[in-house]
Write a protein that binds this ligand. Structure first.
Ligand code: SF4
Length: 461
């Protein structure tokens, strides 16, 4: 169960080891996907290449629900691609839409794992349909696969076809692609979704959405896949195609630092937990308030709350007990009120908060409903004052690049002032970080600008 948060769409993972024995790579992909589970919990899959033939297993559910020893034991090979999915394009309950997407075409097979969202999908879908294309899903990943397969007919290699496809596909895409002989990683020219690579002491090459997955398989981080870059691994050699790099300034999703990425990941040299802690420091400097304790909304609000406490000198206190088994539930919204869902997940630690003036730190506010419920729960627990501090700016505009941000009508800050939002949530005071403050929590890297469209309305595409 997610409670009123923006959801990331997917996590991708790929691994190559030409000397791999048995189901080694399938189990490594399993471990990598477990580390990326926060990026998608609806469906997952692993494809493995053995003797130039791709086999796969995918289904709805968490990684540990979809795979077991028996299934992983079936997949022997020297390359693997994995994916965990939360859908934004295509039906959520459609097993066919689970990835990796494996296709058979004139030049053989391809397995594709994709994180992002293609903006010109409908246009391409129509164009290909008029050429006779028949679709199995409504996903943009199928359009990516079709575009690459189509370009491959005129190009000498899959990586060249991927390069050509980059000129056609508009939007956000971090891809890991497996052909019968190559593992390929590619990132859209804007670099909107993260993708990095590393190597293992046993010679394996690993691609992953986040460094936490490299850590999980004991791979050493080498670097980010650059925006527009295509990296190919074949016969143990790594080659890089940069012909689509530097044609445009980058637009990495700034929300990766605020909420999406795991705190123990590093993106473009910046440790994500540091970004969140820094945002708390900033909040304390620019939006101070008198109070007795600082608490954070678990889990993503906690590093910022700690940062706020460090900077302000007001003690940090654990404010909530969290039911870790309520992370995901099949109880539908119509079977359970949002308030009941929040109460199932969080419970104020009454003994610590009772009678206190509390600074409540959270990472972002989408609809505002969860903050309202949490504040109500804190008041029931005897809290004297609640000063709500958000470690990001007001979320005002929908995202079209691979997250599930709802329409503007559901975004509380779209048509309400900060004072109005404060009143609606029932807080004694409310403050957000300013958009100009965000530059202090992210790395200043020359090839990577940032997308902040959900705060600013300035869309990169
Ligand atoms: Fe990320 Fe927001 Fe841009 Fe979407 S609009 S890619 S959530 S920064």
């Amino acid at each position: 169960m997610h409670i009123d948060k923006v959801r990331e769409e997917c996590g991708v993972f790929g691994m190559y080891n030409q000397n791999a024995q048995g189901n080694y790579l399938a189990t490594q992909a399993y471990v990598g996907l477990m580390a990326l589970q926060h990026r998608g919990q609806e469906a997952c899959g692993i494809a493995v290449n053995s003797d130039r033939e791709i086999t796969f297993h995918k289904d709805m559910g968490l990684v540990e629900e979809v795979f077991d020893d028996e299934i992983l034991g079936r997949f022997e090979g020297q390359m693997a691609v994995g994916h965990c999915r939360y859908s934004t394009a295509g039906s959520k309950k459609d097993k066919e839409a689970a990835q990796p997407l494996v296709i058979n075409y004139a030049k053989g097979q391809l397995a594709i794992a994709h994180n992002g969202n293609i903006r010109n999908m409908e246009e391409l879908r129509k164009t290909y349909a008029h050429e006779g294309a028949i679709y199995r899903t409504h996903t943009d990943t199928e359009i990516i696969a079709y575009t690459i397969a189509r370009e491959r007919l005129n190009e000498g290699s899959v990586e060249k076809a991927v390069s050509k496809a980059m000129g056609i596909l508009k939007g956000a895409y971090s891809l890991v692609i497996m052909s019968p002989t190559k593992l390929i990683a590619a990132r859209d020219p804007l670099g909107m979704r993260p993708l990095c690579y590393g190597t293992k002491a046993d010679g394996s090459v690993v691609f992953a959405s986040e460094t936490c997955a490299l850590d999980a398989v004991d791979a050493k981080y080498i670097r980010e896949v650059m925006p527009g870059e295509i990296i190919t691994v074949q016969h143990g050699n790594i080659t890089s195609n940069t012909e689509n790099c530097g044609k445009t300034s980058g637009s990495l999703c700034i929300f990766e630092y605020i909420y999406f990425a795991r705190p123990d990941s590093t993106i473009h040299g910046q440790f994500v937990n540091d970004s969140r802690r820094l945002s708390g420091h900033l909040l304390a400097r620019v939006k101070p308030v008198e109070a007795d304790i600082v608490i954070g909304v678990p889990d993503s609000g906690i590093p910022s709350a700690m940062g706020y406490a460090e900077e302000s000198g007001i003690p940090y206190v654990e404010g909530f007990g969290k039911n870790r088994y309520a992370g995901r539930t099949f109880i539908r919204p119509d079977q359970m009120s949002r308030e009941a869902a929040v109460r199932l997940k969080l419970n104020p630690l009454k003994k610590y908060v009772q009678g206190k003036r509390v600074i409540l730190v959270d990472d972002s506010m989408v609809r505002g409903t969860t903050n309202k419920i949490i504040i109500k729960m804190l008041r029931e627990a005897g809290v004297k004052e609640v000063h709500l501090r958000m470690s990001s700016p007001p979320y005002k505009y929908p995202c079209y690049y691979g997250t599930d941000v709802p329409s503007t009508s559901q975004l509380i800050s779209f048509d309400h002032t900060v004072d109005e939002v404060c009143q609606i949530t029932g807080a004694d005071s409310l403050a957000f970080l300013d958009i100009n403050d965000l530059k202090h929590i992210i790395p200043d890297v020359t090839d990577t600008g940032y997308c902040h469209a959900c705060f600013s309305g300035e869309y990169p595409i």
